[in-house]
Design a protein around this ligand. Structure first.
Ligand SMILES: *Cc1c(COP(=O)(O)O)cnc(C)c1O
Length: 371
């Protein structure tokens, strides 16, 4: 059967197209000149409650620059949420560092801050919490831990634009925040990312490193930089998307609420939560099959697929990643909670424009094998 309900379809409006077209017509199409990049940076930074934004060409590039700038190097250990996109770990290992995965909280699926003390090593230099699937990590506890050990904190906020703790938005709760604007993220520029920070030195260094570390006089380079520039065309799309981010997030939250109403009667499913004082933006709506269940996750996925409903498994935890294990780049302590999410979790179609009857169909199809 053809996929009738993909996991996600990006929201690209006529306004986005017009914004991109205008920039192309202006000739300011690269990342070196033109007004859209600076405006996107300052507007997005302000949205996050931050002083500075530095636009780059992916979330991965943002994480890589952040890891370099906070001083991750050969001999460094970095505490990272076990359950995350591989990009979070790649940023560390590409600086020569080693990843120490921190297992997930069973309710929020974020880095479990209670474990930080027991997994930290004398070589630990930084902590990278990921605000997974749109629910902020426990930043107050993570920051308190980092302060006692003099560690830097990098937020991987690639899935959580606009998510909040006690009214404060993610990306501005640590030394540096990293966002992605990939096509399935909360707002998109096609490909893109941004660092957010209140530290002028971090922002300056990121601006330099993203642009080949041009020095003075021009063409004299004192550092090995990268071309991680965002194009003006991408920035113009991002600005246009940013204008409606509040509506986008409301629609995501409304979709999650409608799913939760329909699925909460099924005993074999664990649903996403929103802790008191937290504002979850529900980037993707994930469910976890509670074992023993009447069917396996594989059969549930196959059944949904046979009805045109696409799903995706949750992330494979970092302690099980072959590329890291083969090179000794990750500590091998098991992460039982994250491993269970990898074995039993999946995300459901999460495009906010799904109608009530679409949701009835999806949830009834789940019920056919779980009730
Ligand atoms: C998407 C994502 C990234 C990578 O962002 P790209 O823009 O695809 O490079 C990093 N971390 C997390 C948690 C993500 O979801």
């Amino acid at each position: 059967m053809v996929t009738k309900y993909p996991v996600y379809t990006p929201d690209v409006t006529r306004e986005d197209v017009a914004a991109a077209t205008a920039v192309v017509a202006s000739g300011h199409i690269s990342g070196s000149s033109g007004p859209s990049i600076e405006e996107f940076e300052s507007t997005f930074a302000r949205y996050c409650g931050c002083e500075y934004g530095v636009a780059v060409n992916s979330g991965t590039a943002a994480l890589h620059l952040a890891a370099i700038i906070v001083g991750v190097q050969p001999g460094s250990d970095v505490l990272v949420s076990a359950l995350t996109n591989i990009a979070t770990a790649n940023a560390i290992v590409q600086c020569g560092g080693r990843v120490i995965p921190v297992d997930s909280d069973p309710e929020t699926w974020n880095l479990d801050a209670h474990l930080l003390h027991s997994v930290a090593t004398p070589k630990t230099v930084a902590v990278v919490p990921v605000h997974i699937y749109g629910h902020p990590a426990d930043m107050p506890s993570i920051r308190a831990f980092a302060r006692t050990k003099s560690l830097t904190v990098i937020e991987d906020a690639a899935e959580a634009h606009g998510a909040r703790i006690s009214g404060r938005r993610v990306g501005g709760m640590s030394h540096v925040g990293c966002f992605s604007f990939y096509s399935n993220k909360v707002i998109t520029t096609g490909e893109g990312g941004m660092l957010t920070t209140n530290d002028a030195d971090i922002a300056d260094r990121a601006r330099s490193l993203r642009n080949l570390a041009f020095g003075y006089p021009r063409f004299l380079h004192r550092e090995i930089g990268f071309n991680y520039r965002m194009s003006n065309v991408a920035a113009a799309i991002g600005l246009s998307q940013l204008r409606r981010i509040d509506r986008t997030i409301s629609a995501k939250r409304a979709l999650a609420a409608r799913y939760t109403i329909r699925l909460s009667g099924i005993p074999y499913l664990q649903l996403p939560v929103e802790l008191d004082g937290y504002h979850n933006i529900y980037w993707m709506y994930c469910v976890v099959l509670r074992q023993p269940a009447p069917t396996s996750r594989g059969r549930l996925i196959a059944h949904l697929s046979s009805r045109g409903i696409e799903t995706r498994t949750m992330f494979c935890p970092l302690n099980l990643q072959p590329a890291l294990l083969a090179r000794g780049l990750v500590s091998t302590e098991s992460c039982p909670v994250a491993e269970n999410l990898w074995a039993n979790g999946l995300y459901l179609p999460s495009t906010p424009s799904l109608t009530d009857s679409d949701l009835d169909y999806i949830c009834d199809t789940i019920r056919e094998v779980l009730c």
